[in-house]
Design a protein around this ligand. Structure first.
Ligand code: GLU
Length: 480
């Protein structure tokens, strides 16, 4: 393999990018970045019925969100394009003709009915069906429809060293002269994949475990074309908690779903990397660390179970550790989506700083911060408890302290409010809680001095006055 390896991710756009595909993409990307190689993105859209441009766009969007940039492929182009299989039909046809001309492939005139009969017979005799090569040495029949089959060696073995699974060997007898082009002339999947990997000079094919069964068949084509095959590494499936292949039944599998739920791409990348790959018992990795530490040797042979709660934990940790200004950039779209007014950047970063150790997702961060963006209704129970009766008296005094203070920084407010508490012989909570309810509408928020400072004197006074006006003096509150 060259020391600047070329790898590829080759999704079929029959749906959006799912967790398993994203992990395959990530491992290829990490491999390319680790070795200073090239990450190629190829869209395998030969299944015309199920492939849509919308799905392609959704896949590109998910890859971009994950930060898995491709060096060659859709939108960026490259020397071996086009990178859409549907645009490479001419090339496939040309190679099929060449294989026919060289006698490495042949036209098969067997009708579907004949083949079905033979298959049924094999089944009745409890034999595994293999095409019996009736047409391998048959004369050309100019007027009959035909498929094109590859001449697979009659004996010997096809073997390869999978970089994850080790040596895999299949006897040629177990293979058959497979169809490379259907009767309408269209090439089959195993054919186009090989051609693309050859034309795009791929050195290592890293793909899902489901590709393992196809590999011996694909190798017969490399052989027929006289081309040295790439290396292969197959990735064990990701499993659900019941140890069956991860599917929608277990958890949402679309990558964009996680974006929309407020997960950070770095958390997702960290999470995906750890499914089936390990580095000692390290769990938390930056992107740079993953690039540095990634190696195929550390991919496990046994499938990884999808640890959904680990994603939540990683996201929580990542949100906490993020620079508030950068976090604010990520949070912005969620503020807009929640229909809340977007504050100036520095104010948004301030909110993030106050809340970043309380939220598991960006959606949650915005949800618990609504009162910072706008006035929110006061929780009636909290209002009843803290804005009436004796609590109200303390709130009025706290209001006066805010009004009279030279500024509303913690350095000024702390002695003022503590002095008030001492004067009444109560704990600071008895002052802070009514203030909190008046300022935020509820009983949970960041520290009271942070809240006061964020709003500033005027807004504090306005919120307190409004709150007091909403709850009457003697509606039965108590000094809780
Ligand atoms: N297009 C195939 C898929 O989406 C990938 C096959 C391959 O990587 O060779 O499953």
């Amino acid at each position: 393999m060259s020391n600047r390896p070329r790898v590829r991710f080759a999704p079929s756009p029959t749906g959006s990018l799912h967790i398993g595909g994203a992990r395959t993409a990530l491992f290829n990307w990490l491999y390319a970045r680790h070795h200073g190689g090239t990450f190629v993105l190829r869209i395998e859209d030969t299944d015309k019925e199920r492939s849509t441009p919308e799905n392609t766009q959704a896949i590109l969007e998910a890859l971009r969100w994950l930060g898995l940039d491709w060096d060659e492929g859709p939108e960026v182009g490259g020397p071996y394009g086009p990178y859409f299989q549907s645009q490479r039909m001419e090339r496939y046809r040309e190679v099929i003709e060449k294989l026919l001309a060289e006698g490495k492939a042949y036209r098969c005139y067997c009708t579907p009915e004949e083949l079905e009969r033979k298959r049924a017979q094999a089944q009745a005799e409890k034999r595994q069906y293999r095409y019996d090569r009736t047409c391998r040495d048959r004369e050309d029949q100019p007027d009959l429809p035909y498929t094109v089959r590859l001449k697979v060696p009659l004996e010997g073995t096809i073997a390869f060293e999978d970089r994850v699974y080790g040596r895999i060997e299949v006897s040629c007898e177990a293979l058959q002269d497979w169809i490379i082009a259907r009767s309408d002339g269209t090439p089959v999947y195993n054919f186009v994949v090989v051609l693309d990997d050859i034309d795009m000079k791929i050195d290592l094919v890293m793909r899902g475990e489901d590709g393992l069964n196809n590999t011996p068949t694909q190798l017969t084509l490399y052989q027929a074309l006289g081309v040295e095959p790439p290396a292969f590494a197959h990735l064990p499936f990701i499993l659900g908690p019941d140890r069956s292949k991860l599917s929608k039944r277990h958890a949402p599998v679309s990558v964009l779903h996680y974006r929309d739920q407020g997960f950070l791409p770095d958390a997702m990348v960290n999470f995906l990397a750890r499914i089936g790959w390990s580095y000692g018992d390290q769990e938390v990795f930056t992107r740079e660390e993953l690039i540095e530490k990634f190696s195929i040797e550390n991919i496990g042979k046994t499938a990884g179970v999808f640890p959904a709660d680990k994603l939540v934990w990683l996201n929580f940790e990542r949100i906490r550790a993020m620079d508030p200004a950068r976090l604010a950039e990520r949070v912005k779209p969620f503020v807009e989506k929640a229909g809340l007014p977007l504050p100036p950047d520095d104010r948004l970063a301030w909110i993030c700083r106050l809340q970043q150790d309380r939220a598991k997702t960006l959606v949650e961060l915005v949800e618990i911060s609504r009162y910072f963006f706008t006035r929110t209704p006061i929780d009636p129970k909290a209002g009843q408890k803290f804005l009436t009766g004796p609590s109200r008296e303390l709130l009025l005094e706290a209001r006066a302290a805010i009004e009279a203070a030279s500024d509303v920084s913690e350095a000024t407010m702390k002695p003022a409010l503590e002095g008030l508490a001492a004067k009444h012989g109560v704990g600071l909570g008895k002052i802070a809680q009514p203030l909190r309810v008046a300022l935020t509408g509820g009983t949970a928020s960041p520290g009271i001095y942070d809240v006061i400072e964020f709003f500033g004197r005027e807004e504090c006074l306005r919120r307190i006055d409004e709150a007091l006006a909403q709850f009457s003096v003697d509606s039965g509150g108590e000094l809780a």
